[in-house]
Design a protein around this ligand. Structure first.
Ligand SMILES: Cc1cc2nc3c(=O)[nH]c(=O)nc-3n(C[C@H](O)[C@H](O)[C@H](O)COP(=O)(O)OP(=O)(O)OC[C@H]3O[C@@H](n4cnc5c(N)ncnc54)[C@H](O)[C@@H]3O)c2cc1C
Length: 387
């Protein structure tokens, strides 16, 4: 078999790349290799669905600006045969609260967000209390609220991209990549579990939490590790005013969902690995105290469900690795390491990767600083004051 571009991994990221490739050049043959079309362990359907502009790095803010506007029109743009692709977008806002010690960093980020055109509102603790009367603000120094952000349904985003890309001629092969053939500074083909082989001119590693296994097939080491985190669904008997997606510096992150709330407290202390076990004590030991501290109503909350999932955690600096040149390989492109931001950035990254593959340069958002070179230079590009 032969294709122009082979995308390894058909989650939100891989499917978005396929869509934008076809959009920019309908004649490009695109094959997405996805071993599990049910996405049983993939990260995308397990995500919380938060979409926000609250970052410190201009690249991440611009990715959000592009992506959230794209999500605004997703239903129509991704419609196939007159059927809209509803993604359940709720623009109920995103709120980032910090202690007094983090005010200055929050203010710097707020200024950057404003400079890049985001609609963000600075809130002092009394203003925060006025807007959200149930919230305990006694230990808070300030907050930034972005009313145009919110959340959506991750699985529907994935299926929207996938179905649209398929309707435009992308082939999704249900097969597992078991090896990659390297000749000098190029990858020439992917070996599949079915014993088939796909040759291509360009290869994209969009395997998420499994990206390092794909790299290992080329003897390339990458600091992207699978990091388990739990998404809990919990309910609260005592009413709370309508809340946005809320996040604090202790890593508490949650939002309203149906009759209750969904969210958790991810930790970087978690051992790396493909671990899908559920720790049923985690909610009570870690999440519940954080919730009850912020809103007294959660003193009487109850966890109804806990879903484990994996971050593709970039232990080098917590940001995606985007672009070619891993170990000098000119036609092998990384697109992984999103460390918890991949869903919200799928449109922007999909577009950027398509530009890079087809035109050899970024046209919409310059993501050059997120390339492989920073690993070689030992210069991490970390978010500041944002988790
Ligand atoms: C609990 C949780 C909450 C999250 N919340 C958010 C959030 O609120 N907002 C946000 O933006 N992000 C969030 N994320 C992160 C987000 O889910 C990921 O960044 C994003 O889904 C990554 O998409 P992906 O396509 O790279 O990975 P995946 O969806 O995991 O897709 C990778 C695919 O590669 C396939 N694959 C792997 N190896 C091979 C192989 N050898 N051959 C063929 N196929 C292969 C896998 O089967 C998989 O389907 C969250 C993640 C978790 C776990």
């Amino acid at each position: 078999m032969r294709s122009d571009v082979v995308v390894i991994g058909g989650g939100a990221i891989g499917a978005a790349v396929a869509y934008f490739l076809k959009l920019l050049d309908a004649g490009t043959a695109v094959t997405v290799l996805e071993r599990d079309p049910t996405y049983g362990q993939a990260s995308t359907p397990r995500a919380s669905g938060g979409v926000r502009r609250l970052f410190s790095l201009p690249e991440n803010i611009e990715l959000s600006n592009f992506s959230i506007l794209f999500f605004d029109e997703f239903a129509e743009t991704m419609g196939v045969d007159g059927v809209e692709a509803d993604i359940g977008l709720r623009k109920n806002g995103y709120l980032f609260v910090v202690p007094p010690s983090a005010r200055d960093v929050l203010k710097r980020n707020f200024d950057t967000e404003q400079r890049l055109g985001c609609n963000v509102v600075w809130l002092e603790p009394d203003e925060l209390k006025h807007r959200f009367p149930s919230m305990n603000v006694s230990d808070l120094g300030a907050a930034v609220y972005s009313p145009d952000d919110g959340w959506l349904d991750p699985h529907r985003v994935l299926m929207g991209f996938r179905k649209k890309a398929e309707s435009m001629g992308t082939e999704f092969l249900a097969d597992q990549v078991t090896g990659l053939v390297r000749q000098g500074n190029s990858v020439t083909s992917a070996k599949l579990k079915s014993r088939r082989q796909v040759e291509a001119s360009q290869f994209v590693n969009a395997a998420g939490a499994w990206a390092k296994d794909i790299c290992a097939m080329l003897d390339v080491k990458v600091p992207i590790e699978p990091l388990r985190r739990f998404e809990h669904y919990f309910e609260c008997q005592d009413p709370i005013e309508p809340l946005p997606y809320l996040k604090d510096l202790e890593r508490l992150a949650f939002r309203p969902e149906s009759k209750g709330y969904t969210g958790g407290v991810p930790t970087l202390e978690e051992p790396r690995g493909y671990n899908f076990d559920v720790d049923h004590d985690y909610f009570e030991a870690v999440v519940w105290p954080a919730l009850a501290h912020r809103f007294p109503q959660f003193e009487r909350t109850r966890c109804r469900n806990t879903l484990p999932g994996l971050y593709d955690q970039n232990d080098f600096d917590g940001n995606a690795i985007i672009g070619p040149s891993a170990d000098g390989l000119g036609n092998f492109y990384m697109l992984a390491g999103f460390s918890g931001h991949g869903l919200m950035h799928a449109p922007g990254c999909g577009r950027a990767m398509a530009e890079l593959l087809l035109k050899g340069r970024y046209e919409t958002i310059d993501l050059a600083r997120l390339g492989w070179q920073r690993l070689l230079d030992g210069t991490p590009l970390r978010e500041q004051g944002i988790i």
